[in-house]
Design a protein around this ligand. Structure first.
Ligand code: AMP
Ligand code: MG
Length: 356
């Protein structure tokens, strides 16, 4: 039965579902999260089941105020506190020593817990109303592009979760930066909008975890290995952030990322498109700027920089809906500034990034 609910009633009802161990997806400024109480083991287990998430990939605990940190973490070292004060609420997840007695699903058995305070007002209201931090991994099926609208959430999880709060499109569009403070250095485990230069304002060294680096900046050095199936054998140790070893964000079609200027992109795509179509393949073209690809079966203008970041997952999902077999995507112009975006493109394309 349909009922009309006022916004405040919806938050109260959603929080009640969460307190009872249910799963409610909600908007954050990065992507939509699949919310579950960090205190409820069966709810956390259901998050892994619904997402088909590998059991060794830990969740991020989302808090609404500084007081909630102590529900999940033993303590907050001084540098971590400084970073929280500088960047929260916002897209920065910080690893802290985990408190004992929490469900093991939260950290996948690790000794650290990732904590973040989101900036989206609906996320903050929901967490506050639920009365406990919420684990909220991206509300998609594992491996698929993360959801940046409520419709994306339902595309993947309709019928398997207890609700979704519709807050429109996410402003940032890719997942939070994940960092760990090691000694007096900041280590970036997953790049995001808060980047190395923002983090270097605190007078301590900032470096990338080898796995995070491999998947972002060093694509410039021609790193084109297929990162799809598992960890990169050229980097000995296991990733500090287990999520980095899995194929992510991928559309069903074969995604080819082309780094180059408009003229080179038009040239390359012009002939590649004819060839692919001659083999009976349906082709999508995703340029940065409005251009006419009249032969394409589908096209989607990505925009530049932040706009491209915000549209990426919607564009990849739209390609799937259009039923294309191959996608030619024009990568960002400023790779240095777009390290997090390049990281996601690298993973979504299974390493297929070409300089043209
Ligand atoms: P998602 O919530 O789907 O964006 O994924 C969370 C990301 O945070 C994954 O890449 C995890 O590997 C990472 N993460 C969460 N907790 C930890 C932790 N304790 N140690 C290292 N990485 C973590
Ligand atoms: Mg995810």
């Amino acid at each position: 039965m349909q009922r009309a609910l006022a916004a405040q009633d919806i938050m109260v009802e959603a929080a009640a579902i969460l307190r009872a161990g249910g799963l409610v997806a909600f908007p954050t400024e990065t992507v939509y999260g699949l919310g579950a109480s960090v205190l409820n083991e069966s709810a956390l287990a259901r998050v892994f089941a619904v997402k088909r998430r590998p059991a060794d990939n830990p969740l991020i605990a989302h808090v609404a105020d500084m007081g909630q940190i102590e529900v999940v973490a033993q303590r907050v070292p001084p540098l971590s506190r400084t970073l929280m004060e500088a960047f929260w609420p916002g897209p920065l997840s910080i690893l802290l020593p985990v408190r004992t007695g929490l469900p093991k699903e939260l950290t996948a058995g690790l000794a650290t817990v990732a904590v973040r305070m989101p900036r989206h007002p609906l996320a903050l209201r929901l967490i506050r109303e639920a009365g406990a931090p919420l684990a909220a991994p991206s509300a998609n099926r594992s491996g698929r592009p993360s959801p940046t609208t409520a419709a994306h959430v339902l595309e993947d999880l309709s019928g398997e979760i207890d609700g979704v709060i519709d807050g429109g499109s996410c402003a940032i569009g890719i997942e939070s930066t994940v960092i760990e403070v090691v000694g007096d250095a900041i280590v970036i485990l997953r790049p995001g909008q808060i980047d190395a230069s923002a983090l270097s304002a605190f007078g301590v060294p900032v470096r990338y975890d080898a796995h995070a680096l491999r998947l972002s900046l060093d694509t410039r050095a021609g790193g084109g290995a297929d990162m799809g199936a598992g960890a990169d054998a050229s980097i000995g140790e296991a990733p500090r952030s287990p999520g980095q070893k899995y194929r992510h964000y991928a559309p069903r079609a074969d995604l080819q990322v082309l780094m180059g200027q408009d003229a080179a992109f038009v040239d390359f795509v012009g002939s590649a498109l004819r060839e692919a179509q001659a083999q009976g393949r349906r082709v999508a073209v995703l340029p940065r700027r409005e251009q006419i690809f009249s032969q394409a079966d589908f096209s989607y203008v990505l925009g530049e920089d932040d706009e491209m970041t915000a549209r990426l997952y919607d564009a990849l999902r739209a390609c799937d809906s259009a039923g294309v077999d191959i996608i030619y995507l024009q990568g960002p112009q400023d790779e240095e500034r777009s390290a997090a975006l390049v990281n996601r493109l690298h993973k979504a394309a299974g390493g297929k990034i070409l300089r043209i």
